[in-house]
Design a protein around this ligand. Structure first.
Ligand code: RIB
Length: 325
């Protein structure tokens, strides 16, 4: 009997702790794209007019916004996503994937225009992506308003550039005005997105995006330029070279974590962003959050696909322990 009571007490303590933790953890609001990814592996990039035999075709859930939402939810974040998908099987697949990870998709709107599609060619250990944004182009300011209706000051807001630029601008402005911490992943970068830089408390470009936004080939110079343009802080990802944090308190490299052989880099940046949001929501500083994000991205590249390659929190925690042994 005493054993039974002790067990019950222990269980209720866990429940109280879990509730406290959930209450302390900020929410993560994601506005962005949802795409069906059609991926095929090719021995090399075909020339104009050439038909090439590839292999390993996959149809999976992707889109930079949805990938970031999935990564964060799968790592235990309290995620709410807004965006648009079509009334089609691709849309069903995307919603199901996010729901399985635990994300709230009640603000993902279904439109008459079909779900966005990304054709991904894997070759030479890298990917090339062509996107038909479809329903993502229908996203509007009212989607952002609905998403942020329940948000509180201090929550995390994250967005990218696969939805219309003017709506992304509105989203960053609205989130800012409501006191959320704004994280802007300027992917895929366009020069016109420069005007959004001052709306970001944190901007997370990769090397290509950094060069497009700043005209600088050198990482440190590019990061400094983004700060000068008004970003609160910069976290530039540099693939296998890790990332570079640049804030008012200085510049610091964050090492890349090699977990295993990289087989597919698709959505590694999205995994990084989603994981970053989770640690920020848990109260970590940017540099500390970047180390965790780096580990998560390191795991994702060892597997194929976008969302299906992303690790769970338990997996990452176990790998982190094994790396320290
Ligand atoms: O960042 C990777 C993503 O970019 C893919 O999932 C694809 O949908 C494209 O949006």
């Amino acid at each position: 009997m005493a054993k039974y009571v002790r067990c019950l007490m222990k269980m209720s303590l866990y429940i109280v702790q879990a509730e406290w933790y959930n209450g302390a953890m900020k929410r993560i609001y994601l506005f962005g794209s949802l795409n069906a990814d059609l991926t095929i592996r090719a021995p090399y990039l075909p020339k104009a007019g050439e038909t090439l035999t590839g292999s390993d075709f996959m149809l999976t859930a992707g889109g930079k916004g949805a990938n970031q939402a999935y990564a964060a939810a799968n790592l235990g974040g309290r995620v709410h996503m807004a965006g648009c998908v079509g009334e089609d099987p691709f849309g069903d697949m995307l919603l199901t994937s996010l729901q399985k990870a635990g994300a709230d998709v009640s603000h993902v709107r279904r439109t008459a225009r079909g779900t966005g599609v990304a054709v991904i060619l894997l070759s030479d250990g890298d990917n090339r992506i062509v996107l038909d944004r479809g329903a993502n182009g229908e996203a509007e300011g009212t989607d952002v308003d609905a998403l942020l209706a329940s948000a509180e000051a201090g929550d995390i807001f994250m967005t990218q550039l696969e939805t219309p630029l003017e709506v992304v601008r509105y989203a960053l402005k609205t989130a800012r005005a409501r006191g959320l911490f704004t994280v802007f992943n300027p992917a895929p970068a366009v020069r016109e997105a420069q005007e959004l830089v001052p709306l970001a408390d944190l901007i997370t470009p990769n090397e290509t995006e950094l060069a497009i936004l700043t005209g600088e080939e050198r990482g440190e110079e590019g990061c400094r330029k983004l700060l000068a343009m008004g970003a609160g802080a910069v976290l530039a990802t540099c693939g296998a070279h890790g990332s570079l944090y640049c804030g008012q308190d200085g510049i610091m490299p964050v090492a890349c974590v090699h977990v295993g052989k990289a087989v597919d880099t698709t959505a590694a940046g999205d995994t990084f962003c989603g994981a970053l949001a989770v640690r920020l929501a848990e109260g970590a500083g940017i540099a500390e959050a970047a180390k965790f994000a780096s580990l998560c991205a390191g795991v994702s590249v060892t597997r194929r696909g976008a969302q299906i390659s992303m690790p769970s929190r338990r997996e990452v925690d176990e790998i982190a322990v094994s790396l320290h042994e």
